[in-house]
Write a protein that binds this ligand. Structure first.
Ligand SMILES: C[S@@+](CC[C@H](N)C(=O)[O-])C[C@H]1O[C@@H](n2cnc3c(N)ncnc32)[C@H](O)[C@@H]1O
Length: 245
């Protein structure tokens, strides 16, 4: 079974691929989309869950998503048709860093995808290029809540702590106008949803040739989380505006 197929099963009960409750996602979208008729771009949109939620509740919104994953974009297109919002959603299968558009956007979203640009500040630099005057950015990034184990650093790279992360964004010329720090409950719910869905799938499909591989993946991922990064990993979302100079 491919990584993308495994990821689709893992996210069956948690379609937003970040540790956020539905209410947190809703509040972040409200702060990012104060009017409801904005043009929105999501860089690293995955199955476009953020855009689908924004479009479904705002009939005058237009959205575009960029992702390298054909599997995710196919699912996004199908979901958009089912929700009746396909005529207001354009999806681009390409590297997010290579995406260009002649028209700017009122909101640029990038949640859990800063690795596509090589980090938080390069992601903000890319978002800035797409932003209309007065526009906003909704960004989601990991940070260390406590000193990480060497295994955690190997998995997630060299993250900063929460205050340092926000300081670096402010020093880069942005002002946070809203923020959300994922709670312990959101972080744990996300991990249980992912590894629980995978394990349940394996137990429900014992005759499938991939069952053993899927169960092994779920067991290893759950163990990495509990032994490796549960105590140190944090996740932050910010709604940002350019700081006036
Ligand atoms: C953790 S998922 C987040 C998806 C979505 N933003 C969400 O919150 O549900 C990261 C996404 O980034 C995409 N991605 C990774 N590298 C990329 C790149 N270089 N260009 C575009 N998308 C990329 C992956 O395919 C994946 O869909």
């Amino acid at each position: 079974m491919s990584r993308e197929q495994i990821s689709a099963i893992a996210h069956a009960d948690h379609p937003i691929k970040s540790p956020l409750a539905d209410e947190s996602v809703g509040r972040l979208l409200e702060r990012g989309l104060p009017r409801g008729d904005e043009r929105v771009l999501d860089l690293g949109c995955g199955t476009a869950e953020w855009l689908l939620r924004a479009l479904a509740t705002r009939p005058h919104l237009h959205a575009e998503g960029v992702d390298v994953s054909e599997v995710s974009l196919t699912r996004a297109r199908r979901a958009a048709s089912e929700l009746g919002v396909a005529d207001r959603l354009v999806l681009h299968q390409q590297e997010a860093a290579d995406f260009g558009s002649p028209r700017p956007y009122d909101l640029v979203i990038s949640v859990g995808a800063t690795h596509a640009f090589g980090g938080l500040l390069p992601t903000l630099a890319a978002a800035r290029k797409h932003l209309a005057p007065g526009g906003r950015v909704l960004i989601g990034e990991s940070y260390w809540d406590r000193a990480p184990s060497p295994e955690a650093v190997e998995m997630f790279g060299d993250l900063a702590d929460l205050a340092t992360t926000v300081d670096s964004v402010v020093a880069d010329g942005w002002t946070p106008v809203h923020g959300h720090v994922s709670t312990r409950s959101e972080l744990d719910s996300y991990e249980w949803a992912c590894w629980g869905s995978l394990a349940a799938w394996a137990l429900d499909h014992p005759a499938d040739p991939a069952a053993a591989q899927v169960l092994e993946t779920a067991t290893a991922a759950r163990s990495d989380w509990l032994h490796g990064y549960r105590d140190s990993f944090g996740f932050l979302c910010l709604v940002l505006r350019r700081t006036a100079v």
